[in-house]
Design a protein around this ligand. Sequence first.
Ligand code: DGL
Length: 267
Amino acid sequence: MDDRPIGMFDSGFGGLTVARAMIDLLPGEDLVYFGDTGRYPYGPRPLDEVRGFARQITRMLVEHHEVKLVVVACNTASAAALDLLRFEFDVPIVGVIDPGVRAAVAATRNRRVGVIGTVGTISSGAYQRAVHSQRASVDLTCSACPGFVEFVERGEVDSEQVHVLAQRLLAPVVQADVDTLLLGCTHYPFLARTIADVMGRDVVLVSSAEETAFEVLGILEDTGLGRRTAAKGVHRFVSSGDAAWFRTLGGRLLGPELDDVEGWSWD
Ligand code: DGL
C-alpha cells in the first residue's frame, strides 16, 4: 500500500491515450501527467537529445512529485531512454513498446504486422528488438509517419489533408498485406478513424495504451505499491508549453478529468 502518485510523461498530448487507459483501469491511483509541449515534437530529434529530456523529466517526477512509478507514455522516449531510466532510477519504469508488441502479436492471425511511428522510433529499431526479445514469429513492416503528430497537436484529426497524408504514408503497410497495425506512437489513436479508412476494415488497429495500463496494474500488485482505496484518485496535469492550450485540447482528447493544467518551466 503506497499513496504516492504514479508519474507519466509524453512530449505532448499523445500520452493522454495511455492516461485514459490508466484512469479507467486504476481509478483509485493518483496521477501526475507531464506533457513536454514546450519542446515537442520528439520524433524528429536525435535520440540522444530525447534521452536527455526523458532523464530530466523522470528526475523532476521522482524528486518534485515523489512518484512511485513512471510510465514513459511516448514511443520515441521509450525507444531512446527506457534502458537508461531503468538503470538510473529506483522506481519501476514502464514503457509503451513491449506492451504494444504483446497486444499486436496477440491480435494477428496471418502473422503479418505493421508498425507505424515517428522517424525517431522507427529508425531506432526498437520494435524489431522487442519482437525479437519476445520471440514472436511475425513479419514486421515498419513505416515512419512524419506529420501525423503535428495534425493531432493542432487538434485536426480527420481533415481531408490528414487523410491524403495517411494514404501516402500508410502505403508500405497496406502493400505488405498486414492484418494488424500497431499504432507505435501515442498520438496515433486520435487518428484512428482516418487510419482505419485507409487500411480497410479487415485490419485490426492496436494501440499500446490498455496493455501498458495492465502492465502497471501487474507491477503494483506484485510489488505491493498499489493504493487500496475506494476513493477516486487525484489527476494532475502539467505542461511545459502553453497551459491554456493544453487544457483546451487535452480536455477534448482525454475527457472531463483534465480540468486544470499547471505550468512548468525548465529554467
Ligand atoms: N508521443 C510521441 C511518440 O509516441 C510522438 C510525438 C513526438 O514526436 O513528440 O512517439
